[in-house]
Design a protein. Structure first.
Length: 214
């Protein structure tokens, strides 16, 4: 692509394409929150989402030279993220087949993870312990929300689920979703229509309508 044409694109992307690592780090800073949200909304583990997000950016850095259209950097990056999530979930499903069930009965007693009948002390319900309890309640609400989402998306095909998540949780436009999934925009619209039709008939749809997205 002639240099004259490159000047119209994001200078950070152009500099990153030219091998400028500082420019690429600036792109990481710009997109890391969006990538993390995309990953976390699908695997629901903060630790795994953080690790996978780092892996996504490392892959993007190594494959930067394969980016054909600098103006499509975001959709190109999100495509890498979606593929990494798919690989992670496939691997997790495979490992689950061969991993024995491990009981958690021997976990250390902690506030928010106490045996039945346990009463908190006054000390535990004040100061940092009270703050920790509030954080645990927030995590519980998030867990319940994503459990509702998971139950609803179980009724969708893999593509319907991905299109639905990209549109309503990652706030992507249809054209960007098409680029991320490497599908035609009309195909994306069809999958979105089918997904919405199924979601509207789901008894748990109220969770989304109430805007309880954590």
């Amino acid at each position: 692509m002639p240099n004259g044409q490159l000047s119209a694109y994001d200078p950070l992307v152009i500099r990153a394409l030219e091998g400028d690592r500082h420019a690429f780090q600036s792109l990481v800073d710009q997109y890391q929150d969006g990538v993390f949200r995309l990953v976390f909304s699908r695997i629901q583990s903060r630790m795994d989402a953080q690790d996978l997000s780092q892996e996504i950016f490392l892959t993007a850095m190594k494959k930067m030279g394969t980016l054909k259209s600098p103006d499509k950097f975001k959709s190109w990056l999100y495509r890498i993220a979606v593929n990494k999530v798919r690989d992670h979930l496939r691997k997790k499903k495979f490992m689950a087949l061969f991993t024995p069930f491990i009981s958690d009965d021997n976990k250390e007693r902690q506030p928010g993870n106490q045996p039945s009948g346990y009463s908190y002390t006054q000390e535990e319900m004040t100061g940092p312990h009270r703050k920790e309890t509030a954080q645990q309640e927030d995590r519980l609400h998030q867990k319940e929300f994503w459990e509702h989402v998971k139950q609803m998306t179980l009724e969708l095909s893999a593509m319907e689920s991905e299109v639905f998540m990209l549109r309503f949780f990652d706030q992507q436009e249809l054209a960007d979703i098409a680029a991320i999934l490497n599908k035609g925009e009309s195909t994306v619209k069809t999958h979105l229509y089918r997904a919405l039709k199924k979601i509207r008939n789901h008894p748990g749809k109220g969770v989304l309508l109430e805007g309880r997205h954590p």
